[in-house]
Design a binder for this molecule. Structure first.
Ligand code: HEC
Length: 99
């Protein structure tokens, strides 16, 4: 194989590999998957029950607006939740621990 042929073979290989990795790993190339929406129940169990008992939420039952207030107080304080997670949590809490 002379040098010229070898270069062609190499660049074809590199092209093929790049194309193949784009097929196999679409997410690594900004794929079109939507980010999974936060699930309120899971968030509640992983974030809130770390510090509180379930009973607390029965006692504190409140409507969605009340939960949003509580959640933003938790968010500013000790609990690490994003705004999206706050919304999902408020939906869940208003359903599970609503008035
Ligand atoms: C790192 C610990 C921690 C986490 C995580 C946490 N809290 Fe709290 N929470 C506290 C502490 C400490 C208090 C009492 C002091 C206060 O009110 O800031 C409290 C108070 C509360 C109260 C009653 C008083 C109030 O402010 O209305 C509610 C209701 C509450 N938390 C709900 C939640 C919810 C819902 C979550 C999940 C998003 C959560 N907490 C996550 C520590 C935590």
């Amino acid at each position: 194989m002379n040098k010229f042929t070898r270069n062609i073979v190499l660049s074809v290989l590199v092209c093929a590999l790049t194309a193949a990795s784009m097929l196999v790993l679409p997410s690594a190339f900004g794929g079109n998957e939507k980010p999974k929406k936060a699930d309120g129940k899971t968030l509640f169990e992983t974030k809130c029950l770390k510090c509180h008992k379930r009973e607390k939420f029965k006692e504190q039952a409140s409507d969605r607006k009340g939960w949003v207030l509580t959640l933003s107080r938790m968010q500013r304080g000790t609990c690490d939740i994003s705004d999206d997670e706050l919304e999902a949590l408020a939906d869940y809490l208003a359903k599970a621990y609503g008035e």
